[in-house]
Design a protein around this ligand. Structure first.
Ligand SMILES: *Cc1c(COP(=O)(O)O)cnc(C)c1O
Length: 452
C-alpha cells in the first residue's frame, strides 16, 4: 500500500470488514433450490455465472468478512459518506425527534449501488474474468456496474429494458461514458432475445427478459460472468459498509437510533443501513425498530407471500425463499417511484417473518409530498425510491411530536433524484396517480408459483 493511500484510508475511517448477518440470524436461511431437480443447489451450479469468492460469500456464516484493500481504495473516492442531522427538517416538522440520514447519493453513479458493484468487479477481476453482463431497468444498477468495471479494466455489457432505453437516455449515456456497451432488451444478441423478437419485434422488454439475456450471455461465454445488483446475500453483505460507518458516526454524535428506516426494492440499501444495528438487537442489547418501506404499487412484503419463487420473470433462475408477488408480476405503468421487483432479499424476508423487521407500504403521492418537503428543508433532492423512506420518517417524527417523545430516527438516503425530474414534474403538476396493487392479482400469481 502506498503511503498516500494509507493516510487516505486512515483519515477517512472506512470500515475494514463487512458484517455478515448470517452469523446471527435466529434460524438459518432456507436453501436455494434448483429449478429442475428441486434439490438444494451446490456451489458448482452457480460457477458458470458467478466467481468463486462471491459464491462463498453467499453461503458464508463468518460474522466478519474483510473488505479487500483494493476495494477500500475505490470506496475512498466517496466513502465514508456523510451522516447528517436533519435539523431543518426537524424544525419544519416541529418535532422533538432527532432525525439523522446517511447520504449515499455522493457516489459517482449517485446511489448506494456501487458499494457492491465495485466489490463484484474486483472479485471477478481477481479470478481472471474479462467481461461482466447485467440487466438494468431505469439504469441505476447498470451505471453502477459500468463505473465499477471501468475502474478494474473489465468490459461491461448491459441489457437495458427497451422502453427505458428509449425513454430515459441519460443513464444510458452515463454507462457509455464509462465505456459500457448498452443494448435495448430484447436484443438480437442472445437466443432469449431473438426468440422474443421473432414473435414480437415491437416487444417493449422487461427486467425479467433482460435478466434472461444477461445470464445467457454469461453462461455461454468462457471469459464472462453475470452480476446482480440486489436481493442476493453477497450484495446485502457489501452494503453493510453503510451501516458500519453509520454506527461510528452515530457514536461520535453521542446517539443510538430508536428507529432505522430504509426503502426496499430488492432489499439491499435497507439491509446496508439496518443490519449492523440489527446485530445489536439479535444479540439482545437493544430494542431498535427496523422499518422497511415499499410502494403500494409493488407491496412484496406487506401483501406478498413467503414462498419459493423464481428470481426472474422467465423462470430460469434458482428458486429463493422470499416474500414475492409472483414472478409473473408486471409493474403498473403509472408507477413513477421505482422499487418494482416482485421478490425480496431472502435475508430481509426471514427477518420480517421473525418480526425483527416491520414492513410498511406507502402511496406515491404522499411519497413525493415527503420528497418535496425534504428537498425544501434539507436541499438534497432525493431519488423517488429513497423518498419512500422519507415518508415514513416524517410520519414517525410526527408521531413523536404527538407523544412528546424524543426519538432518534436514522434513515438511508439511498440516492439523489437528478435523473428523475420527469416524475417530480408529474407530481408537481398533479398528474401522478396513486395505485394499489390488487389483492386478486397476488392471489392469481400464487397459483403460478413453482411447486417445491
Ligand atoms: C436501486 C435503488 C433502490 C432499490 O434497491 P434496493 O436493493 O432495495 O436497495 C433504492 N434506492 C435507489 C437510489 C436505488 O438506485
Amino acid at each position: 500500500m502506498s503511503e498516500e493511500t494509507k493516510i487516505l484510508l486512515l483519515e477517512r475511517e472506512i470500515p475494514t470488514h463487512w458484517y455478515n448477518v448470517q452469523a446471527d440470524l435466529p434460524r438459518p436461511l432456507p436453501p436455494v433450490i434448483h429449478p429442475g431437480t428441486k434439490q438444494p443447489i451446490g456451489p458448482q451450479d452457480l460457477a458458470p455465472i458467478f466467481p468463486q469468492a462471491l459464491i462463498l460469500q453467499e453461503v458464508s456464516r463468518e460474522r466478519w468478512i474483510p473488505i479487500p484493500e483494493e476495494v477500500r481504495r475505490v470506496y475512498a473516492l466517496w466513502r465514508p459518506t456523510p451522516l447528517y442531522r436533519a435539523h431543518r427538517l426537524e424544525k419544519a416538522l416541529d418535532t422533538p425527534a432527532h432525525i439523522y440520514y446517511k447520504y449515499e447519493g455522493v457516489s459517482p453513479p449517485g446511489s448506494h449501488k456501487p458499494n457492491t458493484a465495485v466489490a463484484q468487479a474486483y472479485y471477478n477481476k481477481q479470478e481472471g474474468v474479462r467481461r461482466l453482463t447485467t440487466e438494468t431497468g431505469a439504469g441505476q444498477w447498470g451505471s453502477a456496474l459500468a463505473f465499477a468495471c471501468r475502474l478494474f479494466g473489465l468490459e461491461c455489457k448491459v441489457y437495458m429494458v427497451k422502453v427505458s432505453y428509449f425513454q430515459k437516455p441519460y443513464r444510458r449515456v452515463m454507462m457509455e461514458t464509462w465505456g459500457a456497451k448498452v443494448v435495448p432488451s430484447p436484443s438480437p444478441d442472445t437466443n432469449a432475445g431473438r426468440s422474443i423478437l421473432a414473435k414480437d419485434p415491437e416487444n417493449p422488454g422487461s427486467l425479467g427478459i433482460a435478466i434472461s439475456e444477461a445470464v445467457e450471455d454469461a453462461a455461454t461465454h468462457e471469459d464472462t460472468k453475470y452480476s446482480l445488483g440486489s436481493v442476493l446475500n453477497h450484495v446485502l453483505l457489501h452494503q453493510t459498509v453503510i451501516g458500519e460507518e453509520a454506527r461510528l458516526q452515530m457514536e461520535k454524535a453521542g446517539e443510538y437510533p430508536d428507529i432505522v428506516v430504509g426503502c426496499i426494492g430488492g432489499g439491499s440499501n435497507f439491509a446496508g443501513i439496518a443490519l449492523p444495528f440489527v446485530r445489536d438487537r439479535l444479540q439482545g442489547r437493544t430494542r431498535t425498530r427496523f422499518i422497511a418501506v415499499e410502494p403500494e404499487a409493488c407491496p412484496s412484503v406487506t401483501r406478498g407471500v413467503y414462498a419459493y419463487d423464481f428470481g426472474d420473470t422467465a423462470g430460469m433462475t434458482p428458486l429463493l425463499k422470499m416474500h414475492t408477488l409472483g414472478h409473473t408480476f408486471m409493474p403498473p405503468r403509472i408507477h413513477a417511484g421505482g422499487l418494482r421487483y416482485h421478490g425480496m432479499a431472502p435475508i430481509i424476508s426471514l427477518l420480517a417473518e421473525e418480526k425483527v423487521v416491520e414492513a410498511v407500504a406507502v402511496h406515491q403521492n404522499p411519497t413525493f409530498e415527503a420528497a418535496v418537503t425534504f428537498a425544501r428543508a434539507e436541499g438534497i433532492i432525493p431519488a423517488p425510491e429513497s423518498a419512500h423512506a422519507i415518508r415514513v420518517v416524517i410520519d414517525e417524527a410526527l408521531k413523536a411530536r404527538e407523544a412528546g417523545e424524543r426519538r432518534v430516527i436514522l434513515f438511508n438516503l439511498s440516492g439523489h433524484g437528478h435523473f428523475d425530474m420527469q416524475a417530480y414534474d408529474e407530481y408537481l403538476s398533479g398528474r401522478l396517480q396513486d395505485y394499489a396493487y390488487p389483492r386478486e392479482a397476488v392471489e392469481q400469481a400464487m397459483a403460478l408459483l413453482p411447486k417445491v
